[in-house]
Design a protein around this ligand. Structure first.
Ligand code: 1GP
Length: 244
């Protein structure tokens, strides 16, 4: 079964939660321990990636350590073609649609595609859309941020992703964003597209996770919350909010 099939089967039953780990932020063994806990709490997949500091070495070691601890898909969430791990189950093959830099839209993809083919990695085509404030990823990705009060602009990008044949669209407020993607924007995108919508950035509590899900997110992504020492109770309530 492909990762896409696994996710599709799960999505038929409701919204999913994914846990994001940045390989540059902790040692591989710790990443393994964190994801084991997230897996036991019911997270549906582990995403591995970060905007800066990802190397082939820390990526491979982190993915291997996570794979040893969880039975859910481990999906690479790349920032470029500089590192691609053969150990993950799949990778988002993504384009930052609202970047001003062509390298982020199609350059890294052209460099990475032959490597993905050689490794026979499952590619999950995804349109990546950066919403204000965008944080680090908006900065390094040179994104023309979608203003928070312009849901129709997000809809136009999401529709473009769908019409280009992408299987997923990701509304990203940026890791550590003070506020998550606005409800109205998620609602409008939900009404417009039929592909699954990932929403991430700034989701740190159950209430926000529930709100994002109610607005129409198919997959709720949390990252920062597991980097915080007091995450256990939080992560449990976030996963519960997404699943209920
Ligand atoms: C970043 O959307 C993800 O790509 C997760 O964001 O770290 O704010 O949870 P947080």
């Amino acid at each position: 079964m492909t990762v896409r099939d696994i996710l599709n089967e799960k999505l038929k039953k409701g919204a999913l939660h994914m846990t994001l780990l940045d390989p540059a932020k902790q040692r591989p063994a710790e990443a393994g321990n964190i994801t084991k806990l997230a897996y036991e709490l019911g997270t549906d997949a582990i995403m591995v990636g970060g905007s800066t500091g990802v190397t082939q070495e820390n990526l491979d070691q982190t993915v291997k350590a996570i794979k040893a601890q969880v039975k859910v898909p481990v999906i690479y969430f790349p920032s470029g073609a500089n590192a691609i791990s053969p150990y993950c189950d799949a990778m988002y093959f993504m384009s930052m649609l609202n970047s001003r830099n062509l390298r982020m839209v199609m350059g890294e993809q052209v460099m990475g595609a032959p490597i993905v083919a050689k490794l026979k990695l499952e590619a999950l085509p995804m349109g990546y859309i950066i919403v204000a404030p965008g944080m680090k990823v908006g900065e390094v990705g040179e994104a023309d941020l979608i203003p928070r009060d312009k849901p129709k602009l997000a809809v136009a990008y999401a529709l473009a992703a769908q019409f280009l044949g992408m299987h997923y669209v990701y509304l990203e407020a940026g890791s550590g964003a003070p506020q998550a993607v606005p409800d109205e924007m998620i609602q409008e995108v939900r009404k417009a597209v039929s592909i699954p919508i990932l929403v991430g950035g700034g989701i740190r509590d159950a209430e926000t996770a529930a709100r994002v899900k109610r607005a129409g997110a198919s997959i709720v992504v949390t990252g920062t919350v597991v980097e915080d020492g007091s995450y256990i109770g939080r992560l449990e309530s976030i996963i519960e909010a997404v699943k209920s």
